[in-house]
Write a protein that binds this ligand. Structure first.
Ligand code: NAG
Ligand code: NAG
Ligand code: NAG
Ligand code: NAG
Ligand code: NAG
Ligand code: NAG
Ligand code: NAG
Ligand code: NAG
Ligand code: NAG
Length: 386
């Protein structure tokens, strides 16, 4: 999202200016992937691998050598309801890029197309147009399969177009894969450095065991009804933003805002910026059994638009969550229309006794609307995506 409010911008700039916040996100991602012992198939590593074969066998390695380990048996067969396309960056199956597989999907296909994506980092910007519904991305694990790009608001005509992956179609499903934006982490005072990892702009989308990596504006949960289960979501400012109606269950929400000195009261991160503009809009973010951790000192949400609606239930909040909890975008006229609720949360950051006055401790009746998949009318669509 763009900063439309100079007062908030200057607040955050002042906050960020007090820290040294210069490491590159690309390094962070490499560190993250190494930590999980991911075999990163960078061009260099493929060359090294080829060289290795060269030394061992005393002959030039061929594509066949790289593909020896290819797990052909893992590929689900075509059925009368699903077609499988395979992507492998070493060229061991149908496609070497995710976008080339999407391009090959028939327009307005009523069947589901399962795009099976082998281990590796796919450096590409991916777009799924509105005309290609029913696509599933099946990765091999969110720490081993990732789609990565590095556009920013500046490099792409605005935050909304900066996403590494943009989904405009309905019925999109992703399983065990990561979406990353590795543009440089915004430095204090930077303008136009927002960098989205994925924009989810179609109705009826679900994400299972996925990773979302970025800094400012990581996950653009744009519009439609969406479901996130067992996902890992990392960012700094407004790292889940948009105007969708979404249920997040059992997800980790990790702030990578810089650590602050003990006792420092400034805020340098925000989990959500929900963009509901009027009472007529049926949108909101519900987080159930999630965990909030990481670094910095953060708010749970701030009111990007006046009717912003966010609920946290049964969620663990570490003490990086500031006692006031929420922010009205420095516009008190929004306090009447904001809906920010908490229900049965726990942890050092979940103490509601000094929350902003418009934050609500929900009772059972109020909370029940947000606690299960009925919130997103899942009975109409989610089961078939499991
Ligand atoms: C799809 O295949 C299953 C089993 O192979 C069969 O029971 C079903 O009738 C088929 N559906 C259609 C629409 O052909
Ligand atoms: C993908 O590869 C499989 C196995 O070689 C083949 O049967 C299938 O037709 C290919 N699909 C496409 C879309 O190229
Ligand atoms: C494919 O998408 C269309 C339009 O969104 C939907 O009506 C249909 O049920 C979908 N089919 C499957 C198999 O998901
Ligand atoms: C993205 O990375 C490429 C390659 O490192 C670089 O040339 C380009 O400037 C980067 N783009 C942005 C917006 O940082
Ligand atoms: C995702 O990965 C986990 C852990 O490897 C595995 O247990 C699970 O079956 C996978 N799920 C899907 C839908 O790929
Ligand atoms: C974005 O573009 C503006 C205008 O050209 C420039 O002033 C600013 O430094 C750029 N931001 C980044 C992060 O490169
Ligand atoms: C919550 O915070 C208040 C005010 O700081 C404090 O008095 C109270 O003991 C805290 N409650 C818990 C359960 O920590
Ligand atoms: C829950 O809160 C709502 C709104 O304040 C109120 O109308 C309702 O009576 C409460 N229900 C219970 C069971 O306390
Ligand atoms: C979800 O919760 C509502 C309210 O408690 C309840 O009426 C509904 O049956 C539940 N739906 C599911 C799918 O569990």
């Amino acid at each position: 999202m763009t900063f439309r409010y100079a007062n908030v911008l200057s607040l955050l700039v002042a906050v960020l200016a007090s820290t040294h916040f210069l490491s590159s996100n690309r390094q962070y991602v490499k560190h993250f992937l190494n930590e999980f012992k991911v075999i990163s198939l960078s061009p260099e590593s493929i060359i090294t691998r080829l060289d290795g074969h060269h030394h061992h066998h005393g002959k030039k390695a061929s594509k066949v050598d790289i593909c020896d380990d290819f797990p052909h048996d893992s590929l689900p067969p075509d059925t009368n309801t699903t077609t499988t396309f395979c992507v492998d960056r070493n060229g061991c199956c149908n496609f070497t890029t995710v976008q080339s597989a999407i391009d090959a999907v028939a327009t307005l296909n009523a069947k589901r197309t399962l795009i099976w994506i082998n281990n590796g980092i796919y450096y590409e910007k991916v777009i799924i147009p509105k005309t290609k519904p029913n696509i599933t991305f099946q990765g091999q694990g969110y720490t081993s399969t990732a789609i990565v790009w590095n556009d920013t608001a500046n490099s792409s005509h605005g935050t909304f177009y900066s996403a590494s992956v943009q989904v405009f179609s309905t019925n999109f499903v992703a399983k065990n894969i990561s979406f990353m934006n590795v543009a440089p982490i915004p430095k204090p005072g930077d303008v136009g450095a927002q960098a989205v990892a994925i924009r989810v702009g179609g109705d009826q989308a679900s994400f299972w065991g996925c990773g979302f990596f970025g800094a400012q504006d990581t996950l653009h949960d744009d519009r439609g009804r969406h479901y996130f289960k067992d996902c890992y979501i990392q960012g700094s400012i407004d790292f889940i933003f948009g105007n969708a109606k979404s249920l997040y269950e059992d997800c980790q929400l990790i702030s990578m805002a810089p650590p602050l000195a003990v006792g420092q009261k400034s805020i340098n991160g925000v989990v959500t910026a929900h963009g509901r503009a009027s009472a007529d809009e049926d949108s909101g973010f519900a987080f159930v059994r999630c965990a909030i951790g990481g670094t910095g000192r953060i708010w749970l949400g701030r009111a990007w638009r006046p009717f912003s609606r966010v609920v946290f239930a049964y969620t663990f909040m570490s003490d990086i969550v500031a006692p006031e909890g929420w922010n009205d975008f420095n516009d008190p006229s929004r306090d009447q229309s904001i809906f920010y609720g908490e229900y049965m949360c726990m942890g050092g950051g979940a103490n509601t006794s000094t929350r902003v006055p418009y934050a609500q401790k929900l009772n059972d009746t109020q909370a029940s609307l947000f606690l299960n998949a009925s919130f997103i009318n899942a009975d109409q669509w989610l089961q078939s995506q499991l």
